[in-house]
Design a protein around this ligand. Structure first.
Ligand code: GDD
Ligand code: MN
Length: 386
């Protein structure tokens, strides 16, 4: 078992050594007590994939030392299935990390996951692979698009599933709204979309982690009907719901971290602006005219903010664009965007105050809030070019 950060490497071992035999597709089957299903699923998947990608795929069973000895049964299958590999984990547990550990040893360019209990119909793999061929970064099997559904779910389970989705939409809208079935555990992703990203999922929902942290532009979906279990039993308990909420909150914080840093830097700018306004314009100090003092103070605040943002907020990006010229370019763009933001601030303040008749301070707070988003977004996209 590889240890350390949960990261996937840029290129697979097989690709590095031997271009000819590069594997196209690695499919991970996480298992815990699936003795009654493992032989059947390996057989079906092998037949299917021997048809689609002969010799260019691998199946990776990742078993958490199941008491029913699923790992042993899987190992016994390997002589008959040359594309099958088995990982038995003894010092780590959990569905999401099992999937990532499998991907870490995988050699394929496309990484996939499917439940080993036959609840995910294997036939859908063909459609998902086609979508990846067309250029999708992520292809998921969904119960909530045409051709999808659940078989015999109780009202309560349907309600819980949809409730979890709604909660996701509230906490993490920019990620969850892109997926019709964010709870799906049946999907594939391009290695290059997640290579080098630190993945740290909690609990069951590895798809959300991948969609939130990966470089995912194109998402494709294919409908599937979630089948009933024939053998063994589900491992889901109330604990998975708690972990799901934890996971959403953790992703929210880490995705918003940059924006929070940007806001803190903005606050430091207010202090600089105020301080210099005092030093320059106060009768007890330099006593310069107010407007002239304010212009200088504002410009110094902008430079202060730039320095902090370039080293801290967007430091990771700035380090990839080294050199004095590049930094000067970023400073000029940052300056222009902040000035446009200032004009926008004045305009919005007037609209909120005069048109909507808001209290002037509330109007100004709203305007500042909106302009902060504006500044953040345009600086991210133009000054630091993400
Ligand atoms: N290695 C490992 N470790 N595998 C695990 C673990 C674990 O701790 N827990 C579960 N698995 C394996 C199971 O053996 C099975 O192959 C697969 O993960 C799914 O587990 P189930 O317990 O059968 O989950 P489920 O049927 O309730 O939920 C599935 O359907 C959801 C759709 O509602 C999961 O696949 C979800 O990912 C999926 O979104
Ligand atoms: Mn299941």
């Amino acid at each position: 078992v590889p240890t350390g950060l949960l990261q996937i490497s840029e290129s697979s071992t097989r690709e590095r050594g031997d271009q000819e035999n590069a594997l196209k597709f690695s499919l991970v089957l996480p298992t815990y007590n699936e003795a009654g299903n493992i032989a059947e699923i390996v057989k079906i998947l092998s037949q299917l994939l021997d048809g689609y990608l002969p010799g260019q795929y691998e199946l990776i069973v990742v078993d958490d030392n199941s008491p029913d000895q699923t790992w042993k049964l899987a190992l016994e299958l390997t002589p008959d299935y040359p594309q099958l590999r088995v990982m038995r984990r003894v010092d780590e547990k959990g569905l999401s990390t099992a999937v990532i550990r499998g991907w870490q040893v995988a050699q394929g360019e496309i990484l996939g996951v499917i439940d080993a209990d036959l609840q995910h119909p294997p036939e859908v793999l063909g459609q998902l692979l086609q979508e990846m061929e067309k250029g999708a970064d992520l292809a998921l099997a969904s119960r909530h698009v045409e051709g999808g559904g659940v078989s015999e779910w109780s009202i309560i389970r349907r309600f819980l599933s949809r409730g979890a989705q709604m909660l996701g939409l509230l906490i993490l809208p920019e990620v969850i709204s892109r997926l019709s079935d964010p709870m799906s555990g049946y999907f594939m992703v391009r290695r290059s979309a997640i290579a080098g990203k630190s993945l740290s999922p909690v609990g069951y929902k590895i798809l959300i982690e991948v969609a939130a942290r990966g470089r995912i532009r194109w998402i494709a979906e294919a409908g599937y009907v979630f089948r009933e279990r024939q053998a063994g039993e589900s491992k889901v308990t109330w604990k998975q719901y708690i972990e799901y909420i934890q996971h959403l909150l953790r992703l929210r914080l880490s995705i918003s971290a940059r924006f929070i840093q940007f806001c803190l830097v903005g606050l430091s700018g207010v202090v600089v602006d105020m301080g210099f306004l005092y030093l320059l314009s106060d009768p007890s100090t330099l006593g310069l005219p107010l407007t002239r003092s304010k212009i200088i103070a504002a410009e110094l605040a902008i430079i202060n903010n730039f320095i902090w943002n370039d080293f801290w907020t967007f430091g990771d990006i700035a380090r990839r664009q080294p050199g004095k010229r590049q930094r000067l370019k970023r400073l000029i763009k940052f300056n222009i965007i902040c000035l446009v933001g200032l004009i926008l601030n004045v305009l919005l303040l007037n609209v909120f105050f005069n048109v909507f008749n808001l209290n002037r301070y509330i109007a100004n707070l709203l305007a500042i809030g909106l302009v902060t988003f504006f500044n953040f977004w345009f600086n991210l996209k133009l000054s630091w070019r993400v």
